[in-house]
Design a protein around this ligand. Structure first.
Ligand code: C2E
Ligand code: MG
Ligand code: MG
Ligand code: MG
Length: 283
């Protein structure tokens, strides 16, 4: 009888449960199933040297192919699993898969680099910090070929911990990039405090570029980067006009649908096999 009433109570709660919460729970259960059943894969979006049109590297982007709902973009489930215990295995799955792919591509194009996105919750886990360091060493990933992308907001939250983590990754030969630069935090003082290799200019800046203007905001970011010896990738380049703007302003690297869309691993491999236009990373 107790069991029966428990079930009724659950039914009552589930009716009362707001839609959002129910969706969260479904997403979390779904991610667990996706991990178990292999419904995740990575796509890669090339990063291009704008001065030579050569491919410099590629960014790994997580894809969830849901058997009923189709492809679910990371923006819909990463934020949901951030405060669950799933962020750890998902981060590890991404890193492991990306490194596996990277090592095959290394045979093809020595020095080719791949970057992975690490979310705030994972950044502050000791397990993630050591997992990446161990993976890099165990798989003998060459130095400067594995990059970590982090957002400003995720780093600022625990600056002291972050400094230690980034130092450990740097010492192990990984590169650190700030993703979506310019969207997260109004102070730049943290740039001096962290061992950062480069900035990825958020695509909102790209959207606001004007062909006949000095685009002083982006120009200022590029000057800042140069003075701090930081590399720059301009994100979200969709049009020729945006590409020209960045070339003129002097952004060395770019990424966007107008250059290459994210693609399955096999397509990236084929692209690298058929093109000499690959510029290998050295720092
Ligand atoms: P992000 O790291 O800033 O990645 C760039 C996003 O912009 C990708 O969306 C990419 O497909 C999209 N994009 C690239 N070029 C263009 C363009 O020209 N125009 C437009 N409109 N979009 C462009 P995606 O793959 O949906 O990823 C969204 C975000 O999800 C990523 O932003 C990243 O923050 C996060 N993410 C993706 N994969 C992972 C992952 O493996 N782990 C974690 N923690 N986060 C991930
Ligand atoms: Mg990124
Ligand atoms: Mg980005
Ligand atoms: Mg983004």
């Amino acid at each position: 009888a107790a069991k029966q009433s428990g079930r009724n109570q659950y039914a009552f709660f589930s009716m009362q449960m707001n839609h959002q919460l129910q969706q969260r729970i479904e997403t979390i259960q779904g991610v667990r199933t996706a991990l178990d059943q292999g419904h995740f894969h990575l796509e890669y979006q090339p990063v291009v040297d704008l001065s030579t049109n050569r491919i410099r590297a590629a960014e790994a982007l997580l894809r969830w192919n849901h058997p009923e709902r189709g492809l679910i973009p990371p923006g819909l489930f990463i934020p949901v699993i951030e405060d669950s215990d799933l962020i750890e295995p998902v981060t590890q799955w991404v890193a492991q898969q990306a490194v596996r792919d990277l090592m095959t591509l290394q045979a093809l194009k020595p020095g080719f680099a791949i970057s992975i996105n690490i979310s705030g919750a994972a950044l502050h886990q000791e397990s993630t910090r050591d997992f990446l360091t161990d993976l890099k060493q165990r798989e003998q990933v060459p130095d400067y070929c594995l990059s970590i992308e982090l957002t400003e907001t995720s780093m600022i939250r625990h600056l002291d911990d972050c400094r230690q983590t980034l130092k450990q990754w740097k010492d192990a030969g990984m590169n650190i990039w700030i993703d979506d630069f310019g969207t997260g935090y109004s102070s730049l003082s943290y740039l001096h405090q962290l061992p950062i290799d480069g900035l990825k200019i958020d695509r909102s800046f790209t959207r606001d570029l004007k062909p006949d203007s000095s685009n002083s905001l982006v120009a200022t970011v590029l000057t800042l980067a140069e003075s701090m010896q930081l590399q720059v990738v301009a994100e979200g380049i969709e049009t020729d006009s945006q590409l020209e703007c960045y070339r003129r302003l002097g952004s060395r690297y770019g990424q966007g649908f107008g250059l290459y869309r994210p693609m399955p691993y096999n397509d990236l491999k084929a692209l690298l096999e058929t093109t000499d236009e690959v510029h290998t990373a050295t720092s």
